[in-house]
Design a protein. Structure first.
Lengths: 313, 313
């Protein structure tokens, strides 16, 4: 017996208890209702993951549920917003109850850590396509934009670069590593830098999350802020896994161009660094001009590609 | 030369001018920012349309852009919310600039009529799947829920039933009609009942938009309100097109079970009807009990099916 759409939604995605103080109405009516508290405005983002493009068929549904939410919370973090609620559009080829239960488990485990409610969405039949829309709260007028970098700023990241990209290579059988676990965990179960985003809100200038690759995402900051960015390769924070990969293959560009790390990249006045109570690495500086330059041993390097873009030739 | 994802978004979906007074930041950063005015809360809905399931390959993209937005505005209308902004997740098999231009035209033509801004979203490659998430404003505590019907209410609809279902039959070549234009327009370009939803907010009890079919959607009201609903077939508002179809085929159930009409179905105390300044038809009443009964010539009728449900056997 097939489950109807409505039973499906109710069984797996209707929370027994709402956990966000501002949710007025969750799943089950034509709309959800959310009450933005006075003095705050709403940050909104939406990301899609397509089977065969963003994840491989057969990928563990629990990891997909986690990652779909994580990439959206990462966008909120990069604006300095506090996550509050999400809507989910699930397109699935068939009713697979085990898949749904596992997917929901991965999503809710992460959601509950941030008091994020699933308040609505849609369930349709078709090629597996997962879209999540996330809401977050920002004090009115306070946010971190791509356009706010200033010459004189230093450029920082919140953690290691390249692990997710290495994880993808390992998952696809393209590399064997004694440190596979680190890289695979970073690829399948990225941790959104929510606390860092909140800490940066009052201190940093520009901020972006590294989803397409450090250099590609830094180009967005440079373009939108009408400034230039310099990166010093030797300062990039690299895990043992990525250090081993580079030493073995010579592919030093991985941490610059690999996507999916979901660390934050931000620019900040150097004198504000002492006030930052989060982990960070200074990797470069903002200057007048345009574009992104990567220095290695003091020499500007050419990259094979900027990073990951859909629809690129 | 292929367009990059970012250029794509910018070229077709970045509005030259934002038209909603409360949009703080539109397309182009990690998140959009929306400022909910004091005294209001947010209604949120999200709907997906999948090629081959909700529309046929080759369907005019301008109609798709209209309909994707219309079905979401219809959900807002059924809560009594005023539309304000949307996010769009487009999954497309390839860059087709003509398709994108036409889709955007259909979407923006409807959006501009309601001062709705497109403030964000995502563009990915994959099987054509269109998801839109819509925001609307509700005065705090005022809304129309499925659960608010009361015994003694009359049941009303805001317009003709069955035209979209007939349009689908005609589009698929299953019926030839001298009134094809009416039915096809209703199927491809449904009009969300936004003004009716706003007018009903202070007067009606329960409300739902008819997307799955009158009886199926009325079941949601009956179930959620713990009441019974009686419908009198002779009172259903039917276009000439649907009257001709029923006279020709004998398929009297069409206006009860066909989806996609996007009229509102609401329940209201009969003494409030005089205050309603919108077009409406009284088609039944709410009683104590459970379920939905359809009377024809005073006799309860059995239906072949309730309406359209994804994943149903």
């Amino acid at each position: 017996m097939a489950l109807s759409e409505f039973n499906l939604i109710a069984r797996y995605f209707k929370q027994a208890q709402l956990s966000n103080a501002h949710t007025r109405l969750g799943v089950g009516d034509d709309c959800a209702i959310y009450n933005v508290p006075q003095g705050f405005e709403l940050a909104l983002t939406m990301d899609t993951m397509v089977e065969g493009v963003h994840f491989l068929p057969g990928c563990a549904p629990e990891a997909l549920g986690h990652k779909l939410l994580a990439v959206n919370l990462s966008d909120l973090a990069s604006m300095g917003a506090e996550p509050s609620a999400v809507l989910l559009a699930l397109t699935l080829p068939a009713v697979e109850e085990a898949w749904l239960a596992s997917f929901a488990q991965g999503l809710f485990a992460l959601a509950q850590r941030y008091h994020v409610d699933l308040i609505g969405g849609d369930t349709t039949r078709g090629p597996r396509t997962l879209t999540l829309q996330a809401l977050g709260l920002l004090p009115c007028g306070q946010n971190l934009r791509r356009s706010a970098a200033q010459p004189g700023d230093v450029i920082c990241v919140t953690g290691n670069l390249g692990d997710a990209g290495l994880g993808l290579k390992i998952a696809q059988g393209g590399f064997a590593s004694p440190y596979a676990d680190t890289a695979l965990t970073q690829f399948y179960l990225p941790e959104p830098q929510v606390a860092a985003g909140l800490a940066l809100r009052d201190l940093a200038h520009a901020c972006i999350d590294i989803s397409d690759g450090l250099v590609a995402d830094l180009w967005h900051i440079a373009d939108n802020s009408a400034v230039a960015a310099e990166i010093y390769w030797e300062t990039l924070p690299l895990s043992q896994a990525v250090q081993h990969y580079i030493a073995t293959t010579g592919d030093w560009q991985l941490p610059l161009v690999a996507g999916d790390d979901y660390q934050l990249c931000f620019t900040i006045s150097p004198e504000k660094l002492v006030d930052l109570n989060i982990a960070y690495w200074v990797i470069g500086k903002v200057t007048a001009g345009a574009g992104v330059a990567v220095y290695q041993h003091g020499v500007v390097q050419q990259l094979n590609r900027r990073g990951y873009e859909h629809f690129s030739a």
